[in-house]
Design a protein around this ligand. Sequence first.
Ligand SMILES: [Zn+2]
Length: 425
Amino acid sequence: MEGLSVALKTACNKGLFKGVLIPGNGPIISHLLYADDALFLGEWSRSNLKNLARILRCFHISSGLKVNYHKSKVFGIGVSATETVHWANLLGCAAGALPFDYLGVPVGANMNLIKNWKPIIKKIHSKLSVWKAKTLSFGGRVTLIRIKNALLEHGLDVHDIFNVVIESGKQTLFWYDSWLGSGNLKAKYPSLFELESKKRCKVSDKIEDSNHVWCWKSRPVDLGLDSAVFALSRDVTDTRLGTSLDHWSCKLSGDGRYSVSYLRKIVDATNVNIPETSDILWCKAVPIKVICFIWRAVQDRIPTTVALEKRGIVVNSKQCCSCIGAPECTGHVLMDCPFTTMIRNNILGWCGLSNAQDCIKNVYDLLHLAATRCNSHRKRERLVAICYGLLWNLWMFGNKRLSQMEGISPIQGTDCIKSMVFFIG
Ligand SMILES: [Zn+2]
């Protein structure tokens, strides 16, 4: 697409294609590209249209990328519909009319009217209303778990802070969401959930006025589950549906609204001293992927061959690929391997910490050293970056050796770590 952009710019400069001049000394816009969508804007003239078709043809020949004319449309602004249709037919595409939807947003509509903003508001609303945990990055998930655990230390369970308020019941899953007290109905009535024929049904599918609509695969009474159905019916019997959207409510505040400052006040009031579980410092200088790696390594959750075999994955050899002298486990790769020891000693020597070498027996010792050795914030961050960079690179060297059959010497490894941490530290 970069090539198409360059071709069009060149054509504009040579006067072969005339774009649209934006008023008030604005730029001339000839095209807009977004992902694999292309919008061409230009003067309505026979030569302009013909030249555009020629440019697209040249682009096709040179790049192999062809414009699908069946999916394309020509829009004429300030010209008659017949003329637009005439030119669209000549190009082999359809004629479009304003307003039209582009990326879900109306283009060419009168935006002074409320009704034209409605699809946009609806779109944003639907995007914001869905829980995004599935799309969180690994770093995002770690942050979420840390916040959840930190709140637990203060006696606050996230599941107890919020509850769903059922209005229309159309946004809430009957079995999966926790909308009745704590926990979901799937966990409370597992046998009935198994019998359910439409497992992802909404609350509104089940409750109509004061009646309940059940869809069982077979009759609960035949399986001796009639008492469970009775209990479930009793649980949902007080639910009355309205017309507005279901929403979340925060139990902590009186008005159901969640605010960070309110939660902060509660956390401060509990006044609990949280014990530091490990010396991992989440400093900004170190990339999140490196810190996440350290966090996983501390809990022995990195995919070493020993760990992979434990999980039933077939590995060619369990031996460490650097020294072939011991099984590849977290402790060996990051601490005990002779290759690792040499690089670590080099790096500690480089930091002027040669005397600390003997007291480092495991990863915790190294993290503890990084977290406590320096008093000044700046120096501590630098040492943390070096130690984390050391562990991260030791792991990456092993991976490289396995995947690309590319081995390096301890000297090369040391230099590589020095240059990396120079940038992050
Ligand atoms: Zn080894």
